[in-house]
Design a protein around this ligand. Structure first.
Ligand SMILES: *Cc1c(COP(=O)(O)O)cnc(C)c1O
Length: 338
């Protein structure tokens, strides 16, 4: 893979830790559970978009951009990390937020990630659900160009071939960590949305000939469109890295049974997973992605999808700041009794 020829700017702390989760493993009584802490990338509370932005921002600077434009849902972790990266590099940042949930609560609309977007100096505009977000970004880019700016447009979730390189890098980092500690990873599980994380992982793991299967837990689309999207991006990323055709269609697997009523809408499984991780491992998940991803993993363990003795790694993609935007979803939560 010709990875080194792509410019990269270090924005995150790394390598991120790979740690066991002994208490959760014991409680569930299934495989040995491990966690790859990409919530600890460090960029304004971290998350998986940081790795993508290391390549995207490098390309923006290489093209002489002075401004970045991106989009996401109201509580977008991607928008928040983009705002942070832009602040750090001295670029202007424009964020277009799509009201995908229709939630009117003050905390959803202004706390959590949105608070941080504004705090880090991004300009934020809001548009209704089902807006053509790519067209909205293109229109804004045009306006800015007319004012003499040099905008660089980052797609939602940072998921294009350049962004996916961040997770090719993560795959190599994980294989290296596993080798150094003698850990045989049987499956890597994570939440999959805009597809860049999973696409990068499957390309990187294949490039390392690791034979580690990846299981994406969907948070928005149905299985077929989600897998098609991941596979398409993986194919284009592999081509860009001069290893065309290296990813097999069968190696792209998404389980989309844990979406619930829709993107960003809480589920009972998510509430349970977030609470359980908090109380067994002291780890904060997020309500939109890693909470549903972990809900899927927990359910699959209960259904004996994995064997005892296997090593399952959960990639924690970050986003706990979003909990502040979703605090009301946890209103039924009972404090532990003394
Ligand atoms: C964006 C995001 C994901 C999904 O990653 P994709 O590359 O968009 O599939 C997972 N978890 C969190 C916390 C995210 O912010």
């Amino acid at each position: 893979m010709k990875l080194a020829k792509f410019p990269r700017i270090r924005l995150g702390h790394g390598p991120t830790p790979l740690e066991p989760m002994p208490r959760l493993s014991e409680l569930l009584g299934g495989p040995n559970l491990w966690i790859k802490r990409d919530d600890c990338t460090g960029l304004a509370t971290g998350g998986n978009k940081t790795r993508k932005l290391e390549y995207l921002m490098a390309e923006a600077l290489a093209q002489g951009a002075d401004t970045v434009i991106t989009q996401g849902a109201t509580q977008s972790n991607h928008a928040r990390q983009t705002a942070a990266a832009a602040a750090r590099l001295g670029l202007q940042c424009h964020i277009i937020l799509e009201d995908r949930t229709g939630y009117k609560q003050e905390e959803y609309r202004h706390s959590g990630n949105v608070f941080f977007d504004v705090l880090m100096g991004a300009s934020v505009s809001e548009v209704p659900a089902d807006t053509d977000m790519d067209a909205a970004m293109a229109a804004l880019a045009e306006q800015l160009r007319a004012r003499g700016k040099k905008p660089y447009v980052i797609p939602g979730g940072g998921s294009n071939t350049v962004g996916a390189l961040g997770y090719v890098t993560c795959a190599l980092e994980l294989v290296d960590q596993a080798n150094n500690t003698g850990l045989v990873i049987d499956t890597l599980v994570h939440a999959t949305g805009s597809a860049g994380t999973q696409a990068g992982l499957v390309v990187g793991l294949e490039g390392a000939r690791s034979q580690i299967p990846v299981l994406g837990i969907g948070v928005r689309a149905a299985r077929k469109p989600q897998e098609d999207r991941v596979f398409g991006l993986a194919e284009r990323t592999a081509e860009m890295l001069a290893v065309p055709g290296s990813v097999a269609r069968e190696s792209v697997v998404a389980n989309c049974d844990y979406v619930g009523d829709g993107y960003g809408l809480p589920t009972a499984g998510m509430i349970e997973a977030v609470t359980l991780l908090s109380r067994t491992e002291g780890i904060l998940l997020d309500p939109v992605y890693s909470g549903k991803g972990m809900a899927g993993l927990i359910d699959l363990i209960r259904k004996k999808h994995f064997k005892k003795g296997q090593n399952v790694v959960f990639l924690h993609t970050g986003g706990a700041v979003g909990l502040f935007g979703y605090r009301q979803a946890f209103d039924g939560l009972k404090p532990a009794t003394t």
